[in-house]
Design a protein around this ligand. Structure first.
Ligand code: C2E
Ligand code: CA
Ligand code: CA
Length: 455
């Protein structure tokens, strides 16, 4: 311990500098070192800006390994990665570690895309050999993003950001992918930023709408509920699919605001439906990772005055898998309040059966991919049949999605599927048209009387 009056240990300015530029775990340089190197080479080439490349490698699935084997094993792997990288990069290149399992390279002699991809491929192979942890071997893959100077950025920060964007693309495409920042990526980034701004404004202006698609009992085609589907038409961009803007809102971190607006509108509309009809609402995967989701949904339902017992939330397997503990807690809280949970797009995810055992769901929605081929493709028919039998055994309700033809409906009825949804029964329409749909489809149930009583 150092107390007052005692001389400080002697550290020379030079040693301090070395420490500030070094990653103490692996002995590689750190981000400051990379910055210094990139600035130096950029200055060198300022007169006649000859290209050079920077790259980032990120290990795939490193965190679960760290959690499973302990951080000491994790550190050991990082050191072995550092060692391999140092040994395999070309002469004159620099490798550094930034944070966690992210490494960066400066490649003065890589000038274009093909060169970057070739080098990425080589490094990827080097990193894929097993890691020796004494009592066991571990295998890992890595994803890569590359950015070429000066096209992808003239300053270090910009160049690194481009490489990170490319890396993010790689990660989105799966494991072990290599992406070089390109004109197309730059353009797409620009487009999504425009889209993001427009969508943020639309949320504030309250112009994102919800449409409703009937879910029916196949036996007699009686409507049992509606699925809410987000709709947005921008003045300049035109119709934008929710399959585009929902993931964008997730990626840019404002899915909560979007989802809250949509749920409020959907719940308000559901108030004027007959009480026995449910409202089914889609939750995005990001929401299943956020512990604030259940209270916020219940608060919205409370404000609008819609009974949680009339609400179902649709979630997907991938969403449940990404952050299983949090997802389980959220599902538990919602079910406790009376909300039912359905597993959406069933059959397209990765580990469907395991999920059904680990979590408590109320309903399964069979994906359109199987339903649409049910009359023409034997395999799809068998899969649907198996899902229905399994749901029967597990006491789960089952809905077939994407029913477009009477023949599909007949087939599903024969297979014992109880509920269905699709263009054959009705397309998604706005709240007013939904009420008109109910007027013509719900007469038997005294719906008109119930509306008149309210008025
Ligand atoms: P999803 O949850 O699987 O929704 C069903 C999609 O299938 C909807 O597309 C619906 O319009 C479409 N569809 C329904 N019946 C048929 C049919 O018979 N044939 C065909 N070809 N399509 C049919 P949509 O509205 O474009 O939504 C796409 C996806 O966007 C949804 O897939 C859902 O994942 C997401 N989404 C939509 N609204 C919301 C929302 O409010 N919140 C969240 N988190 N996601 C939403
Ligand atoms: Ca859905
Ligand atoms: Ca679906």
């Amino acid at each position: 311990m150092i107390s007052a009056g005692q001389p400080l240990p002697q550290v020379t300015e030079n040693e301090l500098k070395v420490m500030a530029y070094r990653d103490s775990l692996t002995g590689l340089g750190n981000r400051h070192r990379m910055r210094e190197k990139v600035m130096a080479i950029a200055a060198e080439r300022a007169e006649d800006p000859a290209p050079f490349t920077i790259g980032i490698a990120n290990l795939d699935g490193f965190k679960p390994i760290n959690d499973l084997f302990g951080s000491q094993a994790g550190d050991e792997i990082l050191c072995q990665v550092a060692h391999r990288l140092k040994a395999c990069i070309p002469d004159g290149a620099t490798v550094t570690r930034h944070d966690g399992d992210e490494f960066a390279f400066l490649l003065p002699l890589v000038f274009e895309k093909n060169g970057a991809e070739r080098l990425g491929q080589m490094i990827k192979e080097v990193l894929s050999a097993p890691y020796d942890l004494g009592d066991r071997n571990v295998r890992l893959s890595a994803s890569f993003g590359f950015a070429i100077y000066p096209f992808a950025g003239e300053e270090f920060e910009e160049l690194l950001k481009s490489a990170e964007t490319a890396l993010y693309r790689s990660k989105r495409r799966g494991r072990g992918q290599i992406t070089v920042y390109s004109r197309e990526i730059a353009q797409e980034m620009k487009r999504s930023t425009q889209l993001e701004q427009a969508l943020r404004n639309a949320i504030i202006a309250d112009t994102v709408e919800v449409h409703f698609q009937p879910i029916v009992r196949i036996r007699d085609e009686a409507v049992v509920g509606f699925e809410a589907l987000a709709r947005w038409i921008d003045a300049d961009l035109g119709f934008v699919s929710p399959a585009v803007f929902v993931p964008l809102a997730e990626e840019r971190g404002f899915i909560d605001a979007l989802s809250d607006t949509l749920l409020r509108k959907a719940a308000e509309a559901a108030l004027s439906w007959p009480r026995e009809l449910f409202l089914s609402f889609n939750l995005s995967s990001a929401q299943l990772m956020d512990p604030g989701t259940a209270p916020s949904i219940l608060a919205t339902l409370g404000r609008v005055g819609l009974d949680p017992n009339r609400v179902e939330l649709e979630i997907t397997e991938t969403a449940v898998m990404t952050s299983a503990d949090t997802a389980e807690r959220i599902i538990g809280e919602l079910r406790h309040a009376g909300v039912r949970i359905s597993l959406d797009d069933f059959g397209t995810g990765q580990s469907s059966l395991g999920r059904l055992r680990d979590f408590t769901f109320d309903k399964v929605k069979i994906d359109r991919a199987f339903v649409s081929r049910i009359t023409t493709d034997r395999t799809s028919e068998h899969i649907v049949k198996a899902i229905i039998a399994m749901c029967d055994g597990l006491d789960l309700q089952v809905v077939a999605e994407g029913i477009e033809e009477k023949a599909d409906a007949d087939k599903l009825k024969a297979l014992g599927c109880t509920m269905g949804q699709g263009y054959y029964y009705g397309r998604p329409v706005d709240a007013a048209a939904t009420l008109r749909y109910l007027e013509s489809h719900y007469r038997d149930f005294g719906f008109l009387e119930c509306q008149r009583e309210r008025a």
